[in-house]
Write a protein that binds this ligand. Structure first.
Ligand code: ADP
Ligand code: MG
Length: 542
């Protein structure tokens, strides 16, 4: 008796051990013969792992194996690749685990780092940068203001018309993608590109939108990289992040760099406020809701800012702010701690990044990196368990071959055979065909990585709430706190958002969580920057 099998039928044996015919081989008292197509190395490898003897058939189209009758069906394939794959997956899952006790430790260590960053200027992981913004919008602002939002893959130019109390605002904007060579090129080239788009945008406006005679247009500049702010409209770039590495900007006042580029375009515009995107989001959120105390970005990168009591910032050497508050830009993307559940994939990603050892937290949970973490674990499976083909697939070795939007689409696949996963693996990594078992493993990796990222994001938000005594455990449980959230990751990645909300309630407890609301504030940073330009206009905000 002899039967032709392929790796697909082996897969069937594993998944459907209850089908009697497929169990037949091992039930036979006389042993059993299997033929495997010559080119099907997966099936051949499985047969070898079953301890059988091989013989090439006449005509050389297949290889025959005779199996020992002592084999058990479940042992067959699992003995080979799958067992190894399971081992890699189990170890990875274990290393990424974020049980509540572990998340609590992350919260504690982050609160300590926040305090250290507020106390000292240098040597802290969390820079805790005062934003020089004392006056947050009240909803009464009036006039036409512009914003320029440079934060990652895209930048946006925006015009906002604020109508005064109760009148709301109107806005128009355009989005441009930054060409990759400008992200790693020279400072003047990047800023000339930005200023030229701003000029084109302004040139297209109609007369009734231009400023009154004698008055310059005013701009809020949202610049979402670590900046040491020196006033509300000046600040020095500390370092680039999120894949940017532009020569000649670090150490300079980015407002001055932008002003020079604007004047090279012969554009008559004043930069009235330099704003981090978190601060812009906070301002945009406050315009609508006075309970907004924290703004969080979960997009290409991640960061948060919050409203801190002035006396809680010992490193502040300037005059005490009249408002009694500072808006602090945490730069939490640079958080790092032995409490973080890191893995080989994080270490590899960090080592090969443009900023090794920096922004470790961001590299575990933001849109720029999640897809690439998944690819790295898949690569480990290809190397260690012979998954995804007989040789290591070329694309699987390429950085960023798999993006976060790719994994979020795969994560949403609820078909029993994971068709969408298969399509994306084919389209993005040239993996075709894939076995169901391989697609299942990819799905598990995505789930592990997204869940870990989302839970860490929740822990970070809770750390800020705890720092300002609004986590419901510090005696201020009844006042309402709103978190303005912006970023494509939170907005579009449903499972990530669900995991984040779940961990948030886990950490705060049901009762306290009722007083803390996360509100999506889509693109609030642009409008927020225009508002802060209004709040800090040299003409007054009318
Ligand atoms: P930025 O952070 O550059 O200002 P966004 O807030 O728009 O821009 O976020 C863009 C990021 O959001 C992308 O880099 C991507 O990682 C992530 N993202 C966008 N769409 C999706 C999606 N469908 N699923 C998951 N992540 C997404
Ligand atoms: Mg953004």
């Amino acid at each position: 008796m002899s039967a032709l099998i392929t790796h697909r039928s082996i897969e069937a044996i594993c998944q459907l051990p209850q089908v009697p015919e497929l169990r037949l081989p091992t039930r036979s008292s006389r042993g059993f013969g299997l033929r495997v197509p010559l080119g099907d190395s997966l099936a051949r490898r499985a047969c070898v792992s079953w301890g059988s003897h091989a013989r090439t058939d006449r005509g050389r189209r297949s290889v025959s194996y005779s199996l020992s009758r002592r084999q058990e069906p479940g042992v067959l394939v699992l003995a080979g690749q799958q067992q190894e794959a399971q081992r890699v997956l189990d170890e990875f899952r274990e290393a990424c685990a974020t049980p509540l006790e572990k998340l609590e430790k992350v919260v504690d260590s982050m609160v300590l780092e926040m305090e250290a960053g507020l106390a000292a200027e240098d040597g802290c992981l969390l820079k805790m940068l005062p934003s020089f913004v004392e006056n947050l919008p009240k909803g009464t602002e009036r006039g036409i203001y512009y914003a320029l939002d440079l934060g990652g893959t895209n930048f946006r130019v925006l015009r906002a018309v604020f109508g005064g109390p109760g009148e709301g605002c109107m806005q128009e904007s355009e989005i441009f993608t930054i060409p990759h060579d400008l992200m790693v090129g020279e400072s003047d080239d990047l800023f000339d590109f930005i200023a030229s788009k701003l000029r084109d945008f302004v040139l297209r406006e109609t007369e009734n939108k231009s400023p009154p005679p004698g008055r310059k247009r005013e701009l809020g500049f949202t610049f979402s990289f670590p900046v040491m702010q020196t006033s509300v409209a000046s600040g020095t770039l500390i370092h680039w992040s999120k894949g940017f590495k532009v020569a000649g900007t670090v150490g300079r006042d980015v407002v001055e760099v932008l002003r020079e580029a604007i004047s090279r375009q012969n554009l008559d515009m004043e930069v009235a406020a330099l704003v981090n995107d978190t601060v812009g989001t906070l301002a945009g959120g406050r315009y609508i809701n006075g309970d907004v105390m924290i703004a969080v970005i979960l997009g290409t990168g991640t960061n948060a800012c919050y409203v801190e009591r002035a006396e809680a910032v010992p490193k502040w050497k300037g005059p005490p702010p009249k408002s009694g508050i500072h808006v602090i830009n945490t730069e939490w993307g640079n958080f790092g701690s032995p409490t973080l559940p890191t893995t080989f994939a994080d270490d590899d990603l960090d080592r090969e990044s443009v900023n090794p050892s920096e922004h470790i937290f961001e590299k575990m949970m933001s849109g720029m990196y999640l897809g690439d973490l998944v690819r790295r674990v898949m690569l480990r499976l290809a190397k260690d368990a012979g998954y995804f083909g007989d040789s290591i697939p070329e694309k699987l070795t390429k950085k960023l071959a798999l993006t976060t939007p790719d994994i979020s689409k795969m994560h949403a696949d609820d078909s029993p055979t994971l068709e969408v996963v298969g399509e994306i693996l084919k389209k993005k990594l040239d993996l075709d065909p894939t076995r169901l078992e391989e697609r299942r493993v990819v799905y598990s990796i995505i789930d592990i990585i997204a869940r870990r990222g989302a839970r860490l994001a929740a822990a970070a938000i809770v750390a800020v709430l705890r720092k300002i005594g609004r986590d419901g455990k510090s005696g201020n449980g009844t006042s309402k706190t709103v978190i303005a959230m912006d970023g494509g990751l939170y907005e579009h990645y449903t499972k990530f958002r669900d995991y984040l909300n779940e961990a948030f309630v886990d950490l705060l407890g049901e009762e306290a969580a009722k007083n803390v609301v996360i509100e999506l504030s889509k693109d609030g940073s642009g409008i927020g920057a225009a508002l802060l330009a209004a709040c800090h206009s040299k003409y007054g905000s009318q």
